[in-house]
Ligand binder design. Structure first.
Ligand SMILES: [Zn+2]
Length: 177
């Protein structure tokens, strides 16, 4: 069997093991790939908007109200959470500290934002999701780097050197008694 067909067979096996919501999420991409194969268009990139919309309509047509709600919540997460920023659902801008942008820029509380876009308690609602992040991964990483730099500049306060000295003294005291 040729390599491509072999991979396709493995792909089928992988797909067969996925839960329905994941299959629903993948449908646009699978459809897009089939469309491209028919058209001999192999410059694979982002599925075209029309194909996406059509596939989404097909994919969601049979969903119950609850399933559709879950589908939309998952989709919002997939479309807005990036390592280098979170895309604001109010205005479409990408922000590292979304929570600040929402409260200051759109005058909503974080709670109101989550309610409006149905993003509350994602960790409880979905097995594979965590609660919706307030800031991006890049923001957290930079905070950590800043904290490390700060610690380097202020060694006594933040590296625990004082704590180490204290422990050393304690040890001496206990061994001499
Ligand atoms: Zn915004």
């Amino acid at each position: 069997m040729n390599k491509t067909l072999e991979e396709a067979a493995l792909l089928m096996a992988d797909l067969a093991r996925l839960p329905t919501p994941d299959l629903v999420a993948l449908l646009p991409h699978i459809r897009d790939l089939r469309q491209r194969i028919r058209e001999r268009d192999f410059a694979l990139g982002t599925p075209s908007q029309a194909v996406l919309e059509h596939a989404e309509a097909m994919a969601t047509a049979h969903l119950t109200e609850d399933e559709l709600r879950d589908y939309n919540a998952r989709r919002r997460v997939a479309e807005t959470v990036r390592i280098d920023g979170l895309i604001c659902l109010e205005c479409g801008e990408k922000k590292e500290a979304l929570v600040l942008h929402v409260t200051k820029g759109h005058h909503m509380t974080w709670d109101e934002y989550l309610s409006k876009w149905d993003l509350h308690d994602l960790g409880d609602r979905f097995e594979e999701l965590e609660d919706y992040p307030k800031v991006s991964g890049s923001f957290i990483a930079r905070q950590r780097t800043n904290a490390k730099t700060y610690a380097k500049d202020n060694p006594l306060k933040y590296t625990g050197a004082e704590l180490a000295r204290y422990r050393e003294e304690q040890k001496k005291r206990s061994s001499s008694s």
